[in-house]
Design a protein around this ligand. Structure first.
Ligand code: GLY
Length: 394
């Protein structure tokens, strides 16, 4: 039996895919779906989130984005969402799931999966200069983006401020509602009879009780007090380093959800306002997610006035209408950051121990690829994520 420690989108996805492959798995988490996955906006946006130093991450993101439609379709079917929603709903030209089989019309709709692209906009002259440089970099990488004037941006998104000076459209980017994904994964696991132990893993069991020995299970703070396993997969996000030697640290993100009677935007909008980043992600039900701060403050999950102020200040410059919306939810989550911003996925080097952690800003995006790597379906990209690369420093 495999024990998956961590009930966020990554851990639950790993457990679900393994269960589908006929493996025996158990998930351990005191409160599944309440960590970073609860905070996350769910951007599946490898192109618009690319940065100058992260070309390997871009490869991972693009590969995982390609896997999302089939992943969502299979998950929806396994969770019974298709039955709940009925056939034929939400058919439009821009869904990522048009087609046959796992990509049949409507697949993924219960997860609010949409691929209407991301519009990355610039507010000030300095932001526009940075956007032009980014466009040139993306061009060199061969990324499919379109440079737009301010007017063209507003034609796409009429609620954008008149002062927005220009933008970049990444038409292939997508997004999903991570809270729905978590709920669907939990439902799918329940339907497959996968045990969920609501307890905190406090340590690893080692062969002969020796430090550094093969891992044979986990100790728990509940009942049962321990679980024996052939393999333990640590998918505990920012808390992974408390359980095993892996260089993962918490990176705080504050994020808010606003409620709108009808959707304010048709696609994800990211923007820079005098060098400060903000993104706005529209949900099908009118909710608008505005995020997110990026703070190195350890395990601090306080929502602060300053954090929310910065988000709203920048969001309002880009989309003035946000100030009219009702505040539905504010939350701070902890991203699991690594020294090179790449995830840590695969066997640890210690028998019986594997990792699926360190996904930093991309846990939701990278979940399908993570499962593929752990199931041995992606050997080339697996090399980028190997825990072995940190052997010297962890
Ligand atoms: N991927 C968006 C974030 O981490 O804030």
């Amino acid at each position: 039996m495999d024990v998956i420690v961590g009930g966020g989108v990554v851990g639950l996805s790993v457990a679900w895919r393994m269960a589908r492959e006929g493996r025996q798995v158990t998930v351990v988490d005191p409160a599944p779906g309440t960590g970073a996955s609860h905070a996350a906006a769910g951007m599946l946006a490898p192109v618009s989130e690319v940065t100058y130093t992260e070309a390997p991450l871009l490869r991972l993101g693009m590969a995982s984005l390609r896997r999302w439609p089939a992943f969502a379709a299979e998950l929806s079917a396994d969770a019974g969402l298709d039955e709940a929603a009925g056939p034929g709903a939400e058919q439009g030209p821009n869904r990522p799931d048009a087609g046959q089989g796992p990509n049949r019309p409507g697949a993924g709709r219960g997860l609010d999966l949409r691929s209407d692209g991301t519009l990355d906009v610039a507010f000030g002259a300095d932001d526009l200069a940075a956007l032009d440089e980014l466009a040139a970099f993306m061009d060199k990488l061969g990324l499919p983006v379109e440079r737009l004037t301010g007017r063209e941006c507003r034609r796409l998104e009429p609620m954008l401020a008149p002062s927005v000076r220009g933008g970049l459209l990444a038409a292939g980017d997508a997004w999903v509602d991570p809270r729905r994904v978590t709920a669907a994964l939990l439902a799918a696991l329940e339907r497959r009879g996968v045990p969920l132990v609501r307890a905190r893993a406090t340590g690893l069991l080692r062969e002969g009780g020796r430090e550094g020995g093969a891992v044979t299970g986990v100790r728990l703070d509940g009942d049962p007090a321990e679980l024996r396993a052939e393999r333990v997969v640590v998918a505990a996000g920012a808390w992974s380093a408390e359980l095993a030697e892996v260089p993962v640290r918490p990176v705080k993100g504050q994020i808010m959800r606003l409620r709108s009677p009808q959707p304010l935007l048709g696609r994800c909008v990211r923007g820079t306002v005098h060098g400060s980043y903000v993104y706005l992600v529209p949900r099908g039900d009118g909710e608008l997610v505005v995020g997110a701060t990026q703070e190195e403050l350890g395990f601090d999950t306080r929502v602060t006035a300053g954090g929310l102020y910065e988000l709203l200040r920048d969001a309002r410059e880009l989309v003035p209408g946000v100030t009219e919306l009702e505040v539905a939810d504010v939350v701070a989550g902890l991203r699991p950051g690594t020294p090179d911003n790449l995830p840590v996925i695969g066997p640890s080097g210690t028998p019986g121990l594997a990792f699926a952690t360190g996904h930093h800003r991309g846990g939701v995006l990278l979940a399908p690829l993570t499962t593929a790597i752990l199931l041995g379906e992606e050997s080339e990209l697996a090399a980028l994520c190997t825990p072995e690369r940190f052997r010297e420093i962890s």
